[in-house]
Design a protein around this ligand. Sequence first.
Ligand SMILES: NC(=O)C1=CN([C@@H]2O[C@H](COP(=O)(O)OP(=O)(O)OC[C@H]3O[C@@H](n4cnc5c(N)ncnc54)[C@H](OP(=O)(O)O)[C@@H]3O)[C@@H](O)[C@H]2O)C=CC1
Ligand SMILES: O=CCS(=O)(=O)O
Length: 247
Amino acid sequence: MLEGKKVWITGASSGIGEATARCLAKAGAELVLSARRAERLAVLAAELSATGAKVRVEPVDVSSRAAMQALGEKLEEAGGIDILINNAGTMPISPILAGRVDEWEQMIDVNIKGVLYAIHAVYPGMAKRKDGHIVNISSIAARQTYQSAGVYAGTKHAVRAISDTLRKEAIRYGVRVTDIQPGAVDTELPDSINHDKIREAVKANMYAEGSEILKPSDIANAIFYAITQPAYIDVSELHIRPVIQEN
Ligand SMILES: NC(=O)C1=CN([C@@H]2O[C@H](COP(=O)(O)OP(=O)(O)OC[C@H]3O[C@@H](n4cnc5c(N)ncnc54)[C@H](OP(=O)(O)O)[C@@H]3O)[C@@H](O)[C@H]2O)C=CC1
Ligand SMILES: O=CCS(=O)(=O)O
């Protein structure tokens, strides 16, 4: 279904990005996989290539404006990207009074600026070709917030706002935009919480006995749905939560 489509996935070294790579490779997409952990990308690429998929690894830190600009130019020279899965993200949450300013900046740099740098890397080419799809992974935290998640939720509210604005602007250029808003998914994301008490509380809540949270492949399936609709349909937002997650 995605034969010949060039798809760039950021944050492909684990979790939702990795599951999406597996899902889209199966559907025939030609993949470009990015993240910082190059060795994990290489292992995934080798696994997918062995099944016949066309996969390229382009390690990058999405918070580096210069590196993202350079990668964007390289991808454009190689024929451009049809679909961007703008997924890389981090969640070192803590109460605002804890004053972990470096972590606030990290979340803003990766979750907002990184998302913008990736859009900037592919959108002009898509607009020129009058074809493309940008899928941004925000969060349930793009719609609400909770204690300790002020900055993280702020970054995800920003991604949702950027997505909706881009969708409106991109209509005339034949580019579609989707904002995916997952609830709790079983990934490495809570490990990015450096505040010990908060990390343990988040994990205890996510993995409480008897509760079933989402699998990365559930979000990959949602992404697949969004990018395989007919050209006249824009799946603008998808909000997916485990049944047990009230908020
Ligand atoms: N898990 C959940 O419950 C939810 C997750 N999300 C969002 O889903 C997205 C994927 O997260 P998820 O799969 O859960 O978590 P993971 O921690 O498993 O994946 C995060 C990915 O982002 C990459 N990444 C982090 N920082 C950078 C960076 N500076 N440059 C490049 N890549 C980076 C990581 O790769 P590497 O470390 O190799 O660079 C990794 O591949 C995130 O945007 C997250 O906010 C949204 C809602 C719920
Ligand atoms: O983005 C994270 C979603 S949750 O873990 O707060 O539900």
